[in-house]
Write a protein that binds this ligand. Structure first.
Ligand code: ATP
Ligand code: MG
Length: 295
């Protein structure tokens, strides 16, 4: 399994670097491999990715913010998750999670309450998202009649994740698991939407990843959850007042980065370096989400 080659490889006593994704670095106990180990140390870096590219520079403090937010959500949701008890090396305290090594499903479980991003692009072409037909006349940023499950196939590193139909997930993981992934995703999304709404925040969409616990067989919520990297969060008051999509999308996520890149990069070759003010504004937005959500 090849991952992101620019990942950080920290010297952590008792742990060996095993894999780097675009944002997280995975460590296994010394002497184990990613195949054999029951436990994995997931360290969230400050790296930021958009359009499947890792950008420079990172967002200072982002690793801690993502970890804090994920842990908070895991605690709220009341579904089986991958967090496990154990010592975390002092060097990575605050930005690392000790987790069960799960057999991950190759499906990104996306749920959308609002039309945006790749959902909006697909809608304009087919008036549907991942095979789910939607009403005519929706605009970018509009609320959907009800949340929809729009899975994506988890592409190998360097390739684009691909929106797929529910039927395709049945082919990938079987009817029983595909149904469980969909139902769990919608259930968690509904609960998270309510919790966010109570804080004046709209959860527009998000992506979950699940795996099967190797010991118990239980389908378990993994990865990061409901973070500003994996979700679109909008300010509810600004949304209510905003007439245009741009105004509606006062967002607590990396939309600032995506917007800047869309104007300053043709999406070919290496992306340009992010300017200091974009980095700072993104960090501010991530911090603001945590202070509003977790207080
Ligand atoms: P990829 O790894 O495919 O490049 P990515 O760039 O999104 O995806 P990161 O999110 O940076 O990767 O890295 C986290 C990796 O760890 C992902 O591959 C994710 O599927 C995997 N992962 C998360 N939780 C677990 C778990 N409990 N057990 C095993 N793997 C996990
Ligand atoms: Mg990921």
């Amino acid at each position: 399994m090849t991952g992101f080659t620019g990942g950080e490889k920290l010297d952590l006593p008792g742990w060996a670097h095993a894999y780097s994704g675009k944002v997280r670095d995975l460590y296994v106990p010394t002497g184990e491999t990613l195949e054999s180990t029951p436990r994995v140390l997931v360290v969230a870096s400050d790296r930021v990715s958009a359009f499947d590219h890792v950008l420079e520079p990172g967002i200072p403090g982002k690793g801690e913010l993502l970890t804090q937010l994920s842990m908070w959500w895991f605690d709220q949701l009341g579904v089986p998750n991958h967090l496990r008890e154990g010592d975390i090396p002092a060097e990575v305290q605050g930005k690392a999670m000790l987790v069960a090594n799960l057999d991950m499903f190759p499906v990104e479980c996306v749920v959308r309450g609002y039309l945006s991003g790749s959902g909006w692009l697909e809608y304009q072409e087919s008036q549907s998202v991942c095979g789910i037909a939607l009403p005519a006349g929706l605009q970018d940023g509009d609320k959907l009649p009800e949340p929809i499950y729009t899975p994506a196939w988890k592409a190998p590193f360097g390739e684009h994740d691909e929106n797929i139909t529910f039927e395709r997930t049945v082919e990938l993981v079987g009817l029983e698991d595909a149904t469980a992934l969909r139902d769990l995703s919608l259930q968690i999304f509904t609960k998270a939407t309510e919790l966010a709404a109570a804080k004046g925040i709209i959860l527009a969409d998000t992506k979950f990843e699940f795996g099967r616990d190797r010991e118990t067989g239980v389908i378990t919520l993994a990865d990061e959850v409901l973070t500003s990297d994996s979700s679109r969060y909008w300010d509810a008051a600004a949304y209510a007042a905003g007439a245009t999509p741009a105004e509606k999308m006062t967002s607590f996520d990396k939309q600032i980065v995506r917007n800047w890149l869309s104007v300053n990069w043709d999406k070919k070759g290496t992306p340009p370096e992010l300017p200091v003010d974009i980095v700072e504004r993104t960090a501010d937005r991530y911090r603001e989400l945590i202070s509003r959500m977790c207080s």
